[in-house]
Design a protein around this ligand. Structure first.
Ligand code: T46
Length: 140
């Protein structure tokens, strides 16, 4: 039977509120299940743009909407789901071997991603058929 190997879960970070505004912080290995090796962010994204459309062999990431909102569609090889990110203290953890697609960016949205490894194009699976093959090779 085919079962999923990757998984996603929502992560909520602390929020320190006072009359000057809100402060949220994140500590690798504490709030996240990995040490942060890389941070990148997407901005100036056209509202009709589609990003993602791939999986990773090993990389784990947590995705945040620092400003605005967008949708992430998730496919674990068995089930599909979708998440809307719009709260800067709430992120979506995405494990390895999860297919993700992102769209419906609001005007001025900023997407920040915390990643477990430095950039490595060899870690990407950019063809969905290869993604399904990679899942089968794990025995899933
Ligand atoms: C992901 C989603 C949420 C780099 O040189 N270094 C980097 O750290 C990254 C992330 C990308 N790049 C280069 C590789 C490509 O030539 O930037 C270009 C655009 O990357 P890509 O088409 O993969 O961008 P997205 O927005 O489709 O996907 C990115 C991440 O790559 C991916 O891991 O999960 O954001």
């Amino acid at each position: 039977m085919n079962t999923a190997t990757g998984f996603v879960r929502e992560i909520e970070l602390p929020q320190i509120h006072d009359p000057r505004g809100d402060l949220t912080f994140v500590e690798g290995g504490n709030h996240l299940p990995f040490d942060i090796a890389r941070v990148y962010y997407l901005y100036n994204v056209p509202v009709d743009a589609e990003r993602g459309g791939h999986a990773h062999k090993h990389l784990e990431q947590v995705v945040f909407a620092l400003s605005g909102s967008f949708r992430i569609k998730i496919d674990d090889g068995v089930n599909t789901s979708e998440y809307w990110l719009r709260d800067p203290k709430k992120g979506l953890y995405i494990s390895k071997l999860i297919w993700r697609e992102m769209d419906s960016f609001s005007q001025g949205a900023v997407c920040m991603v915390l990643a477990s490894h430095r950039y490595d194009e060899a870690d990407y699976v950019r063809d969905h058929k290869d993604f399904m093959s990679a899942l089968r090779m794990t025995g899933a």
